[in-house]
Ligand binder design. Structure first.
Ligand code: ATP
Ligand code: MG
Length: 335
C-alpha cells in the first residue's frame, strides 16, 4: 500500500480537534456522520480512526459491505485511510487493568474471573472509565507519529452515555482523593476539558421531538439544569442531519392551483407535492428554532435518497468540512 501523506491542512473548526465525540438520540445519524467525516478526512490526507462503543461494529457494514471485516479492539483499516475499532467493555477493561497491574497475564486472570466480570459489568462507570483510559492513550501519541490517528472520531451511542462520561470526575470525587486512580481520573478530566484536543458535537434531526431532546441535552451539558454535569466538555457543532429539500420553487408552487384546475386527474399528485413542501417547511422551521436555542455553529446535512453507501457518506463528510460557514438565506441562519 502506498505511504499516505502526513497530515496536510488542518481540518476546519470545529472539526479540527484531535478527539471528536458525537452524541445524539438513537437513529439520528451519528454513525453516518462519523463515517462520512472519516472518509473526507482520509481524502484530505489525515489518518482518521472511528471508535465505536459496545458490541456493535456497524462501520464495516456501512463503509465496506460484503468484505466481512472483523473489527475489534485493535484498529482495522476498513477502507483505504479510514480505520475503525470497536471498544467492548471486556477488552477495554483488560487493557485498563494491565496498565494498573502491569502484567497482561494477571490482568487477563482478573477479567476472566466470573465473579469479577459480573461486578465490572454491573458497576457504575466502569465502562466509561476504561473507555476513557483507552481514548486518552490513543490521543497520547503525537498526531504526526507513525501509526497514530487523527482525528479520533468517537460514536457515543446514546446521549446518556455522553453524560455519563462527563459525570465521571464528579462520581469519583471523594472516592479517590489520591493514588493512581486519582491520577487517571485527572487525566480523563483533562482530556475532556481540553479545548485544544477534545470537542463534543451534537447530532439531531429536524423533527420536533428530537430537536427538543437536543435542546435539553445542550442545557444539561452546559450545566443549566438541576442535573447538569459539572465537567464542561468543549462543545463543537450542532449537526442537523437529513434535512429535506423543498421540492418546489416559489414559482412552481404558485402554479399549483392552475395545474389543479387544468388537470383534475393530477389532483392527487398536487396534494402530494403540497404535503412534501409543507414537511420541508416544517423541518426548516424546526432547524431555525433549534439553532436559536442551541447557539453552536450549525451544520445542516441534506436528506439523501436510498441507501447511504461509502460515496454518499463521503459527500456528507465533505459538506461538513466544506470550509468557512456559509450564510443560508433560506434559513436565515448561519449554516
Ligand atoms: N442524511 C441522511 N439521509 C438519508 N438517510 C440517512 C441520512 N443519515 C442517516 N441516514 C440513515 O438513517 C439511518 C440511521 O443512521 P445511523 O445509523 O447513522 O444513525 P445512528 O444515530 O448511528 O443510529 P443508532 O443510534 O442506532 O446507532 C440509517 O439507515 C442511515 O442510512
Ligand atoms: Mg450508530
Amino acid at each position: 500500500m502506498p505511504a499516505r501523506p502526513v497530515l496536510t491542512e488542518p481540518l476546519p473548526a470545529p472539526f479540527d480537534r484531535r478527539v471528536q465525540l458525537f452524541t445524539g438520540k438513537g437513529g439520528v445519524g451519528k454513525t453516518s456522520v462519523v463515517a462520512g467525516l472519516a472518509m473526507e478526512a482520509a481524502r484530505r490526507g489525515h489518518r482518521p480512526l472511528i471508535v465505536e462503543l459496545g458490541h456493535r461494529a456497524s462501520v464495516p457494514g456501512i463503509l465496506a459491505p460484503g468484505r466481512a471485516l472483523e473489527v475489534g479492539y485493535a484498529p482495522v483499516e476498513v477502507v483505504p485511510g479510514v480505520f475503525a475499532m470497536n471498544m467492548s467493555l471486556d477488552d477495554a477493561l483488560e487493557d485498563y487493568i494491565t496498565a494498573q497491574v502491569r502484567v497482561r497475564r494477571a490482568a487477563r486472570a482478573i477479567t476472566q474471573s466470573q465473579a469479577l466480570r459480573r461486578f465490572f459489568h454491573a458497576a457504575p462507570a466502569v465502562n466509561e472509565v476504561v473507555t476513557l483510559h483507552r481514548l486518552s492513550r490513543l490521543a497520547e501519541a503525537a498526531p504526526s507519529a507513525r501509526g497514530s490517528f487523527s482525528p479520533i472520531l468517537v460514536d457515543l451511542d446514546a446521549t446518556g452515555h455522553a453524560l455519563m462520561f462527563l459525570e465521571l470526575p464528579r462520581v469519583f470525587e471523594g472516592l479517590a482523593s489520591s493514588g493512581p486512580l486519582r491520577t487517571l481520573l485527572d487525566g480523563f478530566s483533562k482530556l475532556l476539558r481540553d479545548e485544544d484536543t477534545t470537542v463534543l458535537h451534537l447530532v439531531a434531526l429536524p423533527l420536533e421531538l428530537p430537536a427538543q431532546e437536543t435542546h435539553e441535552l445542550y442545557e444539561q451539558l452546559r450545566g443549566n439544569t438541576a442535573t447538569g454535569v459539572t465537567a464542561r466538555v468543549p462543545l463543537g457543532a450542532l449537526i442537523v442531519n437529513a434535512v429535506p429539500d423543498r421540492p418546489l420553487t416559489p414559482e412552481e408552487l404558485a402554479l399549483l392551483p392552475e395545474l389543479e384546475a387544468a388537470a383534475p386527474a393530477l389532483r392527487a399528485d398536487v396534494a402530494l407535492a403540497r404535503g412534501a413542501q409543507a414537511a420541508a417547511e416544517d423541518a426548516l422551521r424546526v432547524v431555525r428554532e433549534l439553532a436559536q436555542r442551541v447557539p453552536l455553529p450549525l451544520r445542516r446535512l441534506p436528506r439523501c435518497e436510498g441507501a447511504l453507501g461509502a460515496d454518499a457518506l463521503a459527500r456528507l463528510g465533505a459538506r461538513l468540512l466544506g470550509g468557512a460557514p456559509v450564510n443560508d438565506e433560506r434559513l436565515g441562519v448561519s449554516a
